[in-house]
Design a binder for this molecule. Sequence first.
Ligand code: ATP
Length: 228
Amino acid sequence: MSLLDVRNVETFYGASQALFGVSLDVKEGEVVALMGRNGMGKTTTISSIFGLTRPRSGSIRFADREIAGMLPHRIARLGLGLVPEGRRCFPNLTVSENLMAAARGEDWTFEKVVELFPRLGERRDQYADSLSGGEQQMLAIGRALMTNPRLLVLDEATEGLAPVIRHDIWRAIARLKAEGQSILIVDKTLLELLALADRCFVLEKGVTVFEGSPQALTPELQDRYLGV
Ligand code: ATP
């Protein structure tokens, strides 16, 4: 059984349709990559899952419960943790305050997040708006983990970051995977993404056009769907 099961979702922005039939699923303990060129509907799929843009039709089941149409805070409370595009944190709270404000459940603690991202420990009393972009991204991931999500969803977590910071973030994601964390991830760095993912889904113009293992996403298909 899948932890998350998205079936034939159609989502609109006003009169303009963005998703025309998106289907994907994530099983417990899996890392699933959601891919596609710019504007193909990845972020809209994520915001549909989290109830931030309501799907007009289709089904979204999480932990065997229909969540399409539920309010975002109720969806989050069921165990979905989002690291949104643009790494949102509270700018005028410190690193530790940001993390503690998100705390829910028992497994992930401030100490465990700092062990994953030692830079956050060094900057625990700094305000979030004084952090570098990479540190803010680590904080955004830390905040999502503090909610102890059954499924962690990462939208462009490495975008615009220096290579050394990107490397730290990929390493952290690999560690989460090794610990059995279920993850749905959107990212443009194909090499790292395909090395980590158990399965991939590709969107084209708001429709799922490919589902399979990273190996099945051959260079020809990458060229066709991702323009690589
Ligand atoms: P990117 O990689 O550029 O972030 P994406 O695959 O995440 O792209 P979406 O951001 O989901 O794609 O966009 C899907 C479609 O929906 C695009 O045609 C986009 O122009 C449109 N869209 C996205 N957000 C809005 C919005 N707030 N209002 C209207 N249309 C939108």
